[in-house]
Design a protein around this ligand. Structure first.
Ligand code: PMP
Length: 403
């Protein structure tokens, strides 16, 4: 008999299963709106030209070897990542109270911050509050390290916008010292972000209640096309003196999905506390991955630390952001032209990779089975899956399912 006889199987990951179903579909009209990965106008993955350049620089560099990186990763990458999110003239960086740990992409950065909190956060039994809805891995990661997870209202189905009142109410009601997971920009899955005035109100309550801020940013530069604009909320919180963790992913904004390039930026009150946190993270990281992979962080570091490459990266970023914004407009225009029942303004108002369409699970089922359009059951579509050749087809399919 097997010692594992009584282990029950786990369900397959929803997003990865959706991609598999799309791949298996032989209909030429099929549309993949599931996974959050950028696609070109031809529906193909895109190696950013600046990344292609960095690839070649690395191949030609005879001084590069395959030695281990330090436990906390590539120094130039960590520094540049922190500067990217906090800004060129960050006071916190100048004061020496910003730390960083290279992690296994954004997922690893959230995990690393969460496991530090599980062990060292002084408010015992503090819960982590995540937005309703949020990226499914947030719950899985925090529960996985033993932190209880609760939700705060976020999406207002009525207005198809932000439920600010509900969000602030939950922050008021949560026990002092709770952990709040916030998306700085391009909220996944809704594409709805607070305005600067709303961020102020959020910060006021977070401060008054003594909550801990955990930002998770996977789309800096990808949302508006501007790296600074997309970092607004984080920099605003730092300016106000919050202590915080910021998980950063370079999967989307560098197109480095498989290279697992990510960083956990730590903004502490003092350089000493920053050092203590880094030392504990290094100790924990040693026992999980020993040290992070070099390739993706080298690409990012090359680009972030070179003025010419950086400029080129910004252009690459805007071209992705602009294509997505254009597809929002195209989808909206098609639906309006068809006179599709309902309001569709939210599609152009939302930002980033995703649109939360408001389509119901049964409608999604018809889109999948009758029209070969693949999207998650909650009605989220990855805008990158649309292009000028399929947007008309998708709009007509939506029009049919909502009638
Ligand atoms: N956080 C959010 C909100 C995300 O949407 C993603 C990507 N889907 C991530 C983190 C991390 O992704 P990765 O580990 O691929 O960098």
């Amino acid at each position: 008999a097997s010692v594992f006889e009584n282990v029950s199987g786990a369900p397959a990951d929803v997003i990865f299963a959706l991609t598999a179903a799309y791949k298996a579909d032989t209909d030429p009209k099929k549309v993949n709106l599931g996974v959050g990965a950028y696609r070109t106008e031809d529906g193909k993955p895109w190696v950013l030209p600046v990344v292609h350049k960095a690839d070649h620089i690395m191949v030609d560099d005879d001084n590069l070897d395959h030695e281990y990186l330090p436990i906390l990763g590539l120094e130039n990458f960590r520094k540049a990542s922190a500067k990217l999110i906090l800004g060129e003239n960050s006071k916190a960086i100048a004061e020496g109270r910003v730390g960083a740990a290279q992690c296994i992409s954004g997922t690893g950065a959230v995990y690393t911050g969460a496991s530090f909190l599980a062990k060292h956060y002084p408010f015992k039994n503090a819960a982590c509050y995540i937005s309703k809805p949020t990226w499914a891995n947030h719950r899985a990661i925090f529960e996985g390290v033993g932190i209880p997870v609760l939700e705060y209202p976020y999406w207002d189905a009525e207005t198809k916008g932000l439920d600010l009142k509900g969000m602030l109410g939950a922050m008021e009601a949560a026990p002092s010292g709770s952990i709040f997971l916030l998306h700085p920009c391009a909220h996944n899955p809704t594409g709805v972000d607070p305005t600067p005035d709303q961020w102020k109100q959020i910060a006021d309550v977070m401060e008054a209640r003594g909550h801990f801020t955990f930002f998770d940013t996977a789309y800096q530069g990808f949302a508006s096309g501007s790296l600074d604009k997309d970092a607004y909320s984080v920099r605003y919180f730092v300016e106000r003196g919050f202590e915080m963790f910021i998980a950063q992913s370079f999967s989307k904004n560098f197109g480095l999905y498989s290279e697992r390039a990510g960083n956990l930026t730590i903004v502490a009150k003092t350089p000493e506390i920053k050092n203590t946190i880094e030392s504990q993270i290094a100790k924990a990281q040693r026992a999980v991955i020993s040290n992070p992979p070099a390739y993706g962080s080298r690409v990012v570091s090359l680009v972030l630390n070179d003025e010419t490459l950086y400029k080129e990266w910004e252009e690459n970023l805007s071209s992705m952001a602009n294509r997505i914004i254009a597809m929002r407009q195209a989808l909206f225009d098609e639906l309006v032209a068809l006179g599709t029942p309902g309001t569709w303004h939210h599609i152009v108002d939302q930002i980033g990779m995703f649109s939360f369409t408001g389509l119901s699970t049964p409608q999604v089922k018809v889109l999948k089975e009758k029209y070969h359009c693949y999207l998650t059951d909650n009605g989220r579509i990855s805008m990158a899956g649309l292009n000028t050749k399929n947007v008309k087809y998708f709009a007509a399919a939506v029009d049919d399912v909502v009638r």
